[in-house]
Design a protein around this ligand. Structure first.
Ligand code: PHE
Length: 467
């Protein structure tokens, strides 16, 4: 990292002993570490497959640009102004700006959403962990698509094994959160993100050599709007929030460590672009394999675990590449998971005076317990639909419920209120100053998007879904 001006300044708001990010790049890496995760490589491909491809991808890209990016800017800005955990930040800002104390609910909703997401994220992170082991022991070598399908089915049907991996994943996340956010993380992400990127390129390279590549490109980039349902539009919007880690405390918490002078617009744009490119590369690596092997694009959450091993089974050095790939996926998942737990731990520290170790154990331990419901959703409880009496949750397992409730409801609503706060509750000069952006046409355009475009789009998608 070349522009490291190891900063010793602590925040003005008095979070003593909490140094700020050592450079703008450090923040970008940490925030990208949060954004790039299972959402890009696991979730984006499978929901794209389930929702018919091109038209869904296009709507998703529009959601990132018109809703996700402005909300990312707003969220990091609020975090930087508040310099506290998300709940305290919103409480403090509302007081300072003479607004209702109810704005603290936005912080609450974020912390709770991050916490709920982590409960299932850790289980899927566990799958990645299991697959590092499978790849390393050469299980993929020469395996047919049937063998690979059975391998994945076998993992899901065994709650004991799933628990083991879920627990291990959670322990790793806890170990890092206990040591504090910044020690070690800056350095790790600095090395690993580029490596992940490189490996994805290798995978895309391999995918290009298969017979399914052109079909995959048209599947991903030729929109067929007849395949687009209102539900798919909500899923695309929800995923834009999920993949950018929005409205779940993470970006607000990370923003709180960002030095005041950095402009937020280019910083946030960099994060959004990297995140989007990773998702598209994942799609380009996976769908050619789906089509070349006659697999089902709408296979659901198992999609990458049933397709990528096929590539490793055939390619030269497949065992090596396979191990490396799942290890990097695991690391991407860990750097995201850390950012989901951090806000809750910060809040316990700050408000309840609970030490970091205890707070992390308390928050992490209870998330782990909650995760058991997701573990069981794939086997014993796969037919249990606890909220079936509500139309939106019909046919949904615990895992489906946590996923839907967070991505499709809590994150869009939380994000809506954040951008409304930035656009309507802050005076233009205050906003410009908080963004470190001069009052210029760029600023005016951004403020317009924050006041009208982003909120309206979220509301329209919601209303459409309701009726
Ligand atoms: N953005 C992460 C991913 O794509 C998930 C995440 C959601 C992280 C919410 C933090 C908060 O995997």
């Amino acid at each position: 990292m070349s522009d490291t001006t190891q900063s010793t300044h602590t925040s003005a708001a008095g979070r003593s002993g909490n140094p700020l990010w050592s450079s703008r790049l450090a923040f970008i890496l940490a925030a990208t570490g949060s954004a790039v995760g299972l959402g890009n490589i696991w979730k984006f491909p499978y929901i794209t497959g389930e929702n018919g491809g091109g038209a869904f991808v296009l709507v998703y890209l529009l959601c990132i640009a018109l809703v996700g990016l402005p909300i990312l800017i707003a969220e990091v800005m609020l975090g930087r102004r508040g310099r506290r955990s998300p709940i305290q930040t919103m409480t403090q800002l509302a007081r300072q700006d003479g607004r209702s104390p109810r704005w603290a609910l936005v912080g609450w909703s974020g912390v709770i959403a991050g916490y709920l997401i982590l409960s299932f994220y850790s289980v899927i992170g566990g799958w990645s962990l299991a697959y590092v082991g499978k790849a390393a022991s050469g299980d993929f070598a020469g395996a047919s698509s049937d063998t690979i399908g059975t391998m994945f089915g076998g993992l899901l049907s065994n709650p004991g094994t799933l628990m083991l991996w879920h627990s291990l994943f959670m322990l790793i996340v806890l170990a890092i959160v206990i040591r504090g956010l910044k020690s070690g993380m800056e350095k790790a992400i600095n090395l690993l993100m580029p490596l992940l990127f490189l490996l994805l390129l290798v995978m895309v390279g391999y995918a290009m050599s298969t017979s399914g590549f052109s079909q995959a490109v048209s599947f991903l980039f030729q929109p067929d709007f007849s395949k687009l349902t209102t539900e798919a539009v909500l899923t695309a919007l929800g995923h834009a929030f999920f993949t950018l880690s929005l409205a779940s405390g993470a970006m607000m918490a990370y923003g709180s460590f960002l030095p005041k002078e950095y402009s937020l617009v280019s910083t946030a744009a960099t994060i959004a672009i990297v995140d989007t490119v990773v998702a598209l590369l994942a799609g380009l690596a996976i769908f050619p394999l789906v089509f070349a092997n006659g697999l089902e694009p709408a296979a659901g959450p198992g999609l990458i675990f049933q397709t990528l091993p096929l590539a490793f089974s055939n390619m030269a050095f497949g065992t090596l590449f396979g191990t490396l790939f799942f290890a990097l996926l695991l690391i991407a998942a860990i750097t995201s998971a850390i950012s989901m737990l951090e806000p809750a731990v910060e809040w316990l520290e700050e408000k309840k005076g609970i030490g970091r170790l205890k707070g992390a154990l308390l928050a992490g331990g209870s998330v782990w317990l909650l995760g058991i419901t997701t573990v069981l959703s794939f086997n014993h409880w796969s037919d249990l639909h606890p909220l079936a009496f509500l139309p939106a949750f019909e046919g949904k397992t615990f895992f489906d419920i946590f996923d839907y409730l967070t991505a499709n409801i809590m994150l869009p609503l939380g994000g809506l209120f954040m951008v409304l706060y930035a656009g309507w509750c802050m005076k233009p000069q205050a906003l410009a100053q908080a963004l470190a952006l001069p009052e210029s046409p760029v600023f005016n355009g951004l403020r317009f998007v924050m006041r009208f475009v982003a909120p309206l789009l979220v509301v329209v998608v919601f209303v459409n879904q309701l009726f």
